[in-house]
Design a binder for this molecule. Structure first.
Ligand code: PFF
Length: 454
């Protein structure tokens, strides 16, 4: 029995859904912080180069496999390379996003808690240390974070149950434009704060002395994470793209929106951080410690504006995280539905249960499971390091090597050029093929090895 496969309704819907996957926590806290740490505009230039010459070829490789087969990761490899080990490698790309989903959902849960806080009694931290200890008290507790993680994951499951068109497409079509508007509003507010200039130059001043090999590796890692590459999400979403669509345009559109959003987030956050006389911190600290302190400071001047901005900000983070998490969820669900012939409902329940349990372990690793270490790391850090530093890069390598060297080149050309009907794509095809065959795999291996030694 072959179930009828759903498709995204239009080109815009494809770009919105893929942008939904791409735009997430990676854009809001990772990018601004990295840009500042690794030389501002200098980092941004390297990041853009990585996006075009590395991330885009991987994106296109995933798109080509997904759209050619109209299958999820495992089935796609089985169809294109029957009887080989490729399908078991495809299985790896089913597991990676579910691991990411588990810890990502914990952070998504924190943003729900902070959203509720900003709606109810607001932020009143006396000092930045108070804000930090408030956050660490919350994240290391047991019940609250687990409950928020559960709510976040349930939110994803509800959208997933709606299916591709009525769930994912509808959700991203509504939320993505709203998200842009909200972030843009915060950016405009932020850059006009007194003292914001230093934050703007923090982002814009190119400091080439900070462009170390670590910085270049970080730019590549960020391009991977931000565009959700190497984990099969783009492959799975591409399998829902109609044959008449231009996958190059969807790739460019998604990468463009993702970059634009990262820049907007950077110019929304950094000027406010500097206006408050603070140094930008890394990771969760930036969102859950520095910003609440800034909101508290702002509320001394104008409580109404401060709470409106805080609510808008935490809604944005929660929505951005949700649409990314949904794409990770869908990879596993598509695999179970197509390969194991279970209903969408049962598949959703299975992925939910796995991510819920692993997510609880990740959450508790900030508190009662803090002493439990794997290779010296807490469960949360281990899952994060394993996926971001190794599995995603490995997945990216896998996709480019497969498309560049294993897959029938006639199929690759046909998918990229829509059977030769897309003239521009036909013209750039040799260059894209070169990037996929040589440039991307060599760069990935080089950075992977560099990461191992760093
Ligand atoms: N691209 C997302 C972000 O920037 O937050 C993260 C992500 C989404 C990673 C989906 C992996 C994935 F499969």
């Amino acid at each position: 029995m072959d179930r009828k496969r759903e498709n995204f309704g239009s080109r815009l819907a494809v770009i919105m859904a893929m942008a939904g996957s791409a735009i997430g926590l990676g854009n809001i806290w990772r990018f601004p912080y990295m840009a500042g740490q690794y030389g501002g505009a200098a980092f941004i230039i390297v990041y853009v180069i990585c996006s075009v010459f590395l991330a885009l070829p991987i994106f296109l490789s995933e798109s080509i496999i997904g759209r050619a087969t109209q299958k999820s990761t495992f089935g796609a490899f089985r169809q294109l390379a029957p009887g080989t080990r490729w399908s078991s490698l495809g299985l790896l790309t089913v597991i990676t996003p579910v691991i990411i989903l588990s810890y990502y959902s914990v952070v998504g849960g924190w943003s729900i808690e902070y959203l509720i806080k900003s709606i109810s009694d607001g932020f009143h931290s006396g000092s930045i240390t108070d804000a930090a200890s408030e956050f660490s008290q919350f994240s290391s507790s047991t019940g609250g974070p687990v409950l928020c993680h559960t709510v976040f994951l349930m939110g994803c499951a509800i959208v997933i149950l709606g299916g591709v068109k009525k769930g994912i497409e509808k959700f991203s079509n509504i939320t993505m434009p709203v998200l842009f508007m909200l972030m843009l509003m915060i950016m405009i507010y932020s850059i006009f704060l007194p003292g914001a200039g230093e934050g703007i130059s923090y982002m814009l001043k190119p400091d080439f002395s900070k462009l170390t090999p670590t910085a270049v590796a970080a730019a590549m890692g960020q391009a991977f994470f931000s565009l959700s590459l190497g984990v099969g999400t783009i492959l799975t979403y591409s399998s829902y793209v109609q044959k008449k669509e231009d996958i190059f345009v969807s790739g460019l559109g998604t990468a463009g929106f993702d970059l634009l959003f990262a820049l907007i987030a950077g110019f929304a956050i950094m000027p406010a951080v500097f206006a408050a006389g603070l140094e930008p911190g890394a990771g969760p600290g930036l969102i859950f410690e520095t910003l609440p302190y800034i909101f508290a400071q702002m509320s001394d001047v104008s409580p109404v504006i401060s709470s409106i901005i805080a609510v808008i900000f935490f809604i944005s983070i929660t929505v951005a995280a949700l649409s990314s998490a949904i794409s990770m969820f869908e990879v596993g669900v598509a695999y179970l539905v197509e390969e194991h012939r279970v209903s969408r409902r049962k598949a959703t329940l299975a992925i939910f249960s796995f991510a819920w349990i692993l997510g609880i372990a990740c959450s508790l690793s900030f508190g009662i499971l803090g002493e439990f270490r794997i290779s010296g790391m807490t469960i949360f850090s281990f899952c994060d390091t394993l996926t971001s530093n190794f599995l995603m890069t490995f997945g990216g390598l896998l996709f480019t090597v497969f498309v560049g060297w294993k897959m029938d080149s006639a199929i690759v050309r046909r998918e990229f050029t829509n059977n030769g009907t897309l003239k521009f794509n036909s013209r750039i095809y040799p260059a894209v093929r070169f990037l996929v065959r040589y440039v991307a795999p060599i760069v990935i291996v080089t950075v992977f090895v560099t990461n191992l030694f760093l």
